[in-house]
Design a protein around this ligand. Structure first.
Ligand code: SF4
Length: 341
């Protein structure tokens, strides 16, 4: 490798990052992964954090062009859980020893400020959870109320740092507005979980380098780099999907740029067919997410075992099948049914 980027992690400039993302030779990529792995071990040891994602609604009022949950996608079955079911699900997640819960939905204002506050309050009363909200762009007054009630983190994706791409991927909002929301959340005391897509239509290597540097300036608690996989029945359904090597290089570069920041191992690796290279990737990321949405219990998604030195990732498959037979099996709601009005 001709550059010296690997010798000065945390201090890389755009040129360094572009050169890392452009690596083509397997031995160079391996060296990048080794350096990133070393940094991960230095900062986090051998342990993984496990975030349990409870997707309580897949309704969404937005129409992001890349997302299968977009409002205009009539091909998916929509569901909502009522508060009792959400708390029951949280109990099962807690019983599995998971300490970080992500309450996730599309942008679904059916769950108003008070309902979310009730959930936060109840979760804090009953369980030893750190609570992350992932509810899309909501009102500033809502963010404030939920922080006051006890929410710890907020997951809101930057998506991209390129204004034109942002406009191309969304049918409303703007990059400027998204950054305003992220900054406001931080000012309210939330730790941010945020990230960008890798491999989206029209994205260049330079865009990814800019994205990683922008993420660094946001000082998030956790980074989430999401591989672009075209979702059926969306405007992007026929676009080219992620180049897995680029994803791997991006995660490793993120570790070099932000050595002490939590980085999520994208769960999409489960079905990207990358077993051979998972070990390296796993050792750069330090956060496993386990999705407890109803859809992942009954599903189609072929969750496979993933190789890992300590077997923690393998456990995700077990967790999913365990909870499958737990509370949620009785909680599948009929399409468009609003059970707690
Ligand atoms: S707001 Fe989120 S869930 Fe809704 S369409 Fe956009 S990315 Fe999908």
């Amino acid at each position: 490798m001709t550059n010296n980027s690997l010798n000065m992690p945390g201090d890389l400039d755009k040129k360094d990052i572009i050169s890392l993302l452009s690596l083509d030779n397997d031995s160079d990529i391996e060296m990048l992964l080794k350096t990133a792995s070393k940094l991960k071990i230095e900062n986090f040891g051998e342990k993984f954090l496990n975030y349990g994602i409870l997707t309580f609604s897949n309704f969404c009022e937005e129409n992001c062009n890349f997302c299968g949950l977009r409002e205009d996608n009539f091909s998916i079955e929509r569901y909502r859980l009522n508060p009792e079911e959400i708390l029951q699900g949280a109990k099962s997640i807690s019983n599995l020893g998971i300490k970080e819960i992500i309450l996730e939905s599309g942008l679904d204002t059916f769950y108003d400020t008070d309902v979310i506050s009730y959930l936060i309050y109840s979760l804090k009363q009953s369980f030893d959870f750190k609570i992350t909200l992932s509810l899309g762009e909501r009102g500033f007054d809502e963010y404030r109320s939920w922080k006051f009630t006890g929410a710890d983190n907020y997951l809101l994706r930057l998506v991209t740092s390129n204004e034109n791409l942002f406009a191309n991927y969304h049918t409303s909002g703007s990059l400027e507005k998204r950054v305003r929301h992220l900054e406001y959340l931080k000012r309210q005391g939330y730790k941010l979980i945020t990230g960008t897509f890798i491999g989206t239509p029209g994205q260049s290597i330079e865009d990814i380098a800019n994205d990683l540097l922008t993420l660094k300036t946001l000082k998030p608690g956790t980074i989430n780099l999401i591989p672009f996989i075209p979702a059926p029945f969306t405007p992007f359904q026929n676009k080219k999907g992620i180049d897995v090597k680029l994803l791997i290089k991006s995660i490793a570069a993120a570790r070099l740029i932000m050595p002490g920041t939590n980085i999520i191992i994208p769960p999409q690796f489960d079905f990207l067919g990358t077993d051979d290279i998972n070990l390296g990737v796993n050792s750069c990321g330090n956060v496993i997410t386990t999705n407890f949405s109803i859809k992942s219990f009954t599903t189609e998604i072929p969750y496979r075992s993933i190789k890992s030195e300590n077997g923690l990732l393998k456990n995700r498959t077990k967790l999913i099948s365990k909870i499958n037979h737990d509370v949620f099996s009785s909680a599948i709601l009929k399409s468009n049914e609003n059970k707690f009005q």
